[in-house]
Ligand binder design. Structure first.
Ligand code: NAP
Ligand code: MG
Length: 399
């Protein structure tokens, strides 16, 4: 059979440890036999990041801006232990953070739904996509421990010489204070990314904050979302039969638990951090969660939501068998290939992505899966496959 031809290369960002091993297996067994795969390759493995002083990460993000679609393998974010393990010149920043800073945008995380891996929340039937704002708030704060009596103020000093201040608290005993910020421009691009992604997915958007208590800060988020929706999206949403729904974050949380899913849940930075872990674990497993960074100007970077699965990699290095779940990494590839196929008008590429996803889901539904899923499945007597066997089982079904 003739291989599917591509037009524009995908930006391929290779990564670390067990996911790097899976990456190569997925390419060799599931992609290269079927596609004349065109990629521009960037090695984001920690060894090469160190050799290039992390320039390779920046180059890969710039290439993503140029070509429009990237697929990324999980990568190590260095800590003290990694400094000596990899003999690093410095403690580089998280590659995801670097890429996000260059592309700007919103991360959308969606669980992969499979019969036999049932959500803990009984009424959740369709995936809930979590859209997390990835700038500012408590992640870029200033904090102070107050150890003596006095007054704490929040002060703004304008470059024009004006000054505004507001009393936070009069302390007559020790306590803590915190200051944080966000930017209109960042909130606007967050709102646009959510509404654009919703139109693409054919799903409604829910957004919650605490504007009744935070009458300036959270109220600003609410106002900007409403303004962007009214001026740029309300017509398109109406045509598509979709809605934008705003409520208080606690009301949204309560409603989410009662729905059957199938919408996009936009969250402020901290809410998104916390709620994405709740949503992913309630749907089954981090290894079944896809993740895509969408920039305001329509650039896409697909990846798995989990890390490099270090513990399995060390077993692999010792020659022991591993049973690592490659589903989210496979879906990162299918997401990127489908998007490339849509942009370049290659229907065979789009349908290949659909078939590979279907083959992956059906393999699990037929009772053949990795250990992490076998532990939580409702399918009786599942067959536990090792990392390679699972990929080969998908290949068999695909062929
Ligand atoms: P992790 O790689 O997500 O793994 C944590 C644990 O979750 C694993 O030990 C494993 O549990 C389970 N798990 C995760 N993915 C799995 C899969 N595909 N198949 C089966 N089990 C899976 O997180 P981590 O160990 O905390 O981090 C390892 C490295 O990944 C770190 O260096 C971190 O910086 C990096 N990281 C990268 C990204 C990214 O690039 N997007 C995200 C997060 C972390 P068991 O051991 O119990 O089997
Ligand atoms: Mg978290």
């Amino acid at each position: 059979m003739a291989k599917i031809q591509m037009k524009t290369p995908l930006v391929e960002m290779d990564g670390d440890e067990m996911t790097r091993i899976l990456w190569q297996m997925i390419k060799d067994e599931l992609l290269l036999p079927f596609i004349d795969l065109k990629t521009e390759y960037y090695d984001l493995g920690l060894k090469y990041r160190n050799e290039t002083d992390d320039q390779v990460t920046i180059d890969s993000a710039e290439a993503t801006k140029k070509y429009g679609v990237a697929v990324k393998c999980a990568t190590i974010t260095p800590n003290h232990a990694r400094m000596s393990e990899y003999d690093l010149k410095k403690m580089y920043k998280s590659p995801n953070g670097t890429i996000r800073a260059i592309l700007d945008g919103t991360v959308f995380r969606t669980p992969i739904i499979v019969k036999g891996i049932e959500p803990c929340v009984r009424n959740w039937k369709k995936p809930i996509t979590l859209a997390r704002h990835a700038y500012g708030d408590v992640y870029k704060n200033s904090e102070m421990y107050i150890d003596k009596p006095g007054d704490a103020y929040i002060v703004f000093r304008g470059e024009d010489g004006t000054e505004r201040e507001e009393l936070i608290q009069h302390f007559d005993a020790p306590g803590v204070i915190q200051g944080m910020h966000n930017m209109d421009a960042s909130i606007r691009s967050f709102a646009r990314s959510c509404f654009n992604y919703a139109l693409e997915m054919g799903q409604s958007v829910w957004f919650g904050s605490k504007d009744t208590i935070s009458k300036t800060y959270d109220a600003r988020f609410k106002a900007i979302f409403q303004e962007i929706f009214d001026t740029e999206f309300s017509e398109k949403f109406k045509e598509a039969g979709l809605e934008y729904f705003y409520s208080l974050i606690d009301d949204i949380v309560a409603r989410v638990m009662k729905t059957e899913g199938g919408f996009i849940w936009a969250c402020k930075n901290y809410d998104g951090d916390v709620m994405s872990d709740m949503v992913s674990s309630a749907f089954g497993s981090l290894a079944m969660m896809t993740s895509v960074l969408v920039s305001p100007d329509g650039v896409y970077e697909y990846e798995a939501a989990h890390g490099t699965v270090q513990r399995h990699y060390y077993k692999h290095l010792k020659g022991e068998e591993t049973s690592t779940n490659s589903v989210a990494t496979i879906f990162a590839w299918t997401g990127a290939l489908r998007k490339r196929g849509e942009l370049d008008e290659i229907p065979e590429l789009v349908s290949f992505a659909d078939r590979l996803e279907k083959a992956t889901v059906e393999t699990i539904e037929s009772g053949r899966m990795t250990r992490d899923l076998a532990l939580i499945t409702t399918i009786e007597n599942p067959e536990v496959l090792n990392s390679r066997e699972f990929i080969l089982a998908i290949k068999e079904r695909l062929a």
